[in-house]
Design a protein around this ligand. Structure first.
Ligand SMILES: Cc1cc2nc3c(=O)[nH]c(=O)nc-3n(C[C@H](O)[C@H](O)[C@H](O)COP(=O)(O)OP(=O)(O)OC[C@H]3O[C@@H](n4cnc5c(N)ncnc54)[C@H](O)[C@@H]3O)c2cc1C
Length: 455
C-alpha cells in the first residue's frame, strides 16, 4: 500500500501570528514519490472531475521521470493558472474524488502535484508565452477573476485582440482581494495574471463597466463580449444592529486585509479595526478566511458562529481543520438574532440562539430550527458577516435585453451565451458564489463559444 505524501505546513502556533503561506509545498523527492503512486489506469477517471480538462495522467507520468518541464507544459495546455489552482481548488470534490486509489489508501494528491510543477517553473522563471497571429477581432472581457482570466487567455491564444476591464486597481478578482495571503500569496496571483497579459491581453484596471462605459456602448466597439463580474455584493441577515460600528461584511474585511494590506497600516493607507473578541457568522471558505485573518491581526478570541453542525460546514475540510488547529472557536448550532451595541454605537456582542436540526430542506441539508429559551449573549467588539454574496448589478446598467434570474444572476444557454447576441457570461455572476475552477471552466467554454460565433 502506498501512502499519500503529507503536505508540509507551518506549525499552527507560529502561523496563527503571521500571514505567510500555511502549506509549504512538496520537495522534489516527495513530488516524485507521490507521482509514482499513480497506477496509470487504462480508463482514467480523474480528468472527468477537472472543469478545465487538464491531461492529469500525462502530466503525472512526466513527473515520474522528473520531467517537470514536460509536466508543466502539459498542464498549461489547458490551464493558465496552475499555481492558483494547485493551492485553492477543492480537489477532494473534483479530480481526486474520481481517483481509483481513493477507495483504499487515499487518492493521488493531484492538486499538490500541480502546485509543485507550477512552483518549479516559477523558480526557474516562467517562459514567455507564444503570441498567436492576430485574427483582427476585438473582444472585451469584463472582470479579471478566474472566469475572465481563463476566457481572456483562451481568446488571446486563438489570436483575438482582447481587452480586459477590471473595476479594482489590481487584476485577479477574489484571488487578489478575497483569498488571504496565507492560502494564496498575492505575488503568485500577480505572476499568473502577468502570464496572461503576456499572451497579448490588454488590462484596463480601475474601469467600472456600467459606469465608465456600458455593454450597449461596447457592442459597437467589440466583436464579442464576455461578462465575468463575479458575485461580490455581500448579503446581510437583516437583523437589528447590523449597522453598528464594528460590523463588517467578510468582503470588506478581507479586501481591507488582503488587497489593501491593512495589516501593514500605517505603512499602507487602509486601516482595519483589530478586535479583541471577533465573531464570524457563516461556515464556508469565506468565513474560515475571515476568522483566520482576524486571528492573525491579533484578536484574543475568534469564533465561527454557524447555525448547523460540524458535518454541514460548507468550507473545505482542510481549511476547517487548519482553523481549528490555529485556535478558532466553533460555536455550532448557534445563530445570531441581534447585534448589540453601546451608547456610542460600537458593537459589544451578539444575542444568539441555539439551534437543532430538523428535516432535510430542498438542498438535502437538515433544516435548522431554534431551541426555545436558548437566548444567550456572546461578547464581541467585531462581527463579520460571511453568509454569502450576490452579483453586483452595476454591470447591468446600460445592458438592454440582458436576462437575469430572480437572484440577480445572468441567465446563459448551455454554451454560455446570454440573451444579448455576441455577449457571453460565466463564473459566479451566472452560478452565484462557487469555485475558482468552475469559474475558469465557464470562462473557457465562453471563449470556445465566442470563437464559433466569430466564425
Ligand atoms: C474569501 C473567499 C475564499 C474563497 N476560497 C475559495 C477556495 O478556497 N477555493 C475555490 O475554488 N473557491 C474559493 N472561493 C470562491 C472563488 O474565489 C470564486 O468562485 C471565483 O473567484 C469566481 O470567479 P469569477 O471570475 O466568477 O469572479 P470574481 O473572482 O469575483 O471576479 C470578478 C471580477 O470582476 C470585477 N468586476 C465586478 N463588476 C465589475 C464591473 N462592473 N466592471 C469591471 N469589473 C467588474 C470584480 O472587481 C472582480 O475582480 C472563495 C471566495 C471567497 C470570497
Amino acid at each position: 500500500m502506498s501512502v499519500r505524501q503529507p503536505m508540509p505546513v507551518q506549525p499552527a502556533d507560529e502561523r496563527a501570528h503571521n500571514f505567510k503561506e500555511v502549506a509549504l509545498g512538496y520537495t522534489q523527492e516527495q513530488a516524485v514519490a507521490e507521482a509514482e503512486r499513480c497506477i496509470e489506469c487504462k480508463k482514467p477517471q480523474c480528468v472527468k472531475g477537472c472543469p478545465v480538462n487538464i491531461d492529469i495522467p500525462a502530466f503525472i507520468k512526466s513527473m515520474k521521470t522528473s520531467d517537470f518541464d514536460g509536466a508543466i507544459d502539459k498542464i498549461k495546455e489547458t490551464n493558465s493558472l496552475p499555481a492558483v489552482c494547485g493551492r485553492v481548488c477543492p480537489q477532494e470534490t473534483q479530480c481526486e474524488m474520481y481517483c481509483i486509489l481513493g477507495k483504499k489508501e487515499g487518492p493521488v494528491a493531484i492538486g499538490r502535484l500541480e502546485r509543485f510543477c507550477a512552483d518549479y517553473e516559477r523558480g526557474k522563471g516562467v517562459k514567455a508565452p507564444h503570441r498567436a497571429t492576430s485574427t483582427g477581432k476585438h473582444i472585451a472581457v469584463v472582470g479579471s477573476g478566474p472566469a475572465g482570466l481563463a476566457a481572456a487567455s483562451d481568446l488571446a491564444k486563438a489570436g483575438h485582440e482582447v481587452t480586459m476591464f477590471e473595476a479594482l486597481h489590481s487584476a485577479g478578482g477574489v484571488l487578489i482581494y478575497g483569498i488571504p495571503e496565507f492560502r494564496l500569496p498575492k505575488d503568485i496571483v500577480a505572476e499568473e495574471v502577468d502570464y496572461i497579459v503576456q499572451l497579448g491581453v490588454e488590462l484596463k484596471s480601475g474601469y467600472v463597466i456600467g459606469k465608465i462605459k456600458t455593454i450597449d456602448e461596447m457592442k459597437n466597439e467589440f466583436d464579442a463580449i464576455f461578462l465575468g463580474t463575479g458575485a461580490g455584493l455581500p448579503n446581510f441577515m437583516g437583523i437589528d444592529g447590523e449597522n453598528l460600528n464594528g460590523v463588517y461584511s467578510a468582503n470588506e474585511f478581507l479586501t481591507r486585509v488582503n488587497l489593501m494590506k491593512a495589516y501593514h497600516f500605517p505603512q499602507y493607507d487602509t486601516p482595519i479595526k483589530k478586535g479583541k473578541n471577533v465573531i464570524v457568522v457563516g461556515g464556508g471558505n469565506v468565513a474560515m478566511d475571515a476568522a483566520r485573518c482576524a486571528l492573525r491581526l491579533g484578536a484574543d478570541e475568534v469564533s465561527i458562529v454557524y447555525r448547523r453542525s460540524d458535518e454541514e460546514l460548507p468550507a473545505r475540510r482542510e481549511e476547517i481543520d487548519h482553523a481549528k488547529e490555529e485556535g478558532i472557536v466553533f460555536r455550532l448550532l448557534t445563530n445570531p438574532v441581534k447585534i448589540l451595541g453601546d451608547e456610542n454605537l460600537m458593537v459589544t456582542g451578539a444575542e444568539c440562539v441555539k439551534m437543532e436540526l430538523g428535516e432535510p430542506d430542498e438542498s438535502g441539508r437538515r433544516r435548522p430550527r431554534v431551541i426555545e429559551g436558548s437566548e444567550h449573549v456572546v461578547d464581541a467588539d467585531i462581527v463579520i458577516m460571511a453568509i454569502g454574496t450576490s452579483p453586483n448589478p452595476l454591470v447591468f446598467e446600460g445592458a438592454a435585453g440582458l436576462n437575469k434570474s430572480k437572484w440577480g444572476t445572468i441567465i446563459v444557454d448551455e454554451a454560455g451565451m446570454t440573451s444579448i447576441d455576441g455577449v457571453c457570461a460565466g463564473g459566479d455572476v451566472v452560478t452565484g458564489a462557487a469555485t475558482v475552477i468552475s469559474a475558469m471552466g465557464a470562462g473557457k467554454l465562453a471563449a470556445h463559444t465566442i470563437n464559433e460565433y466569430l466564425l
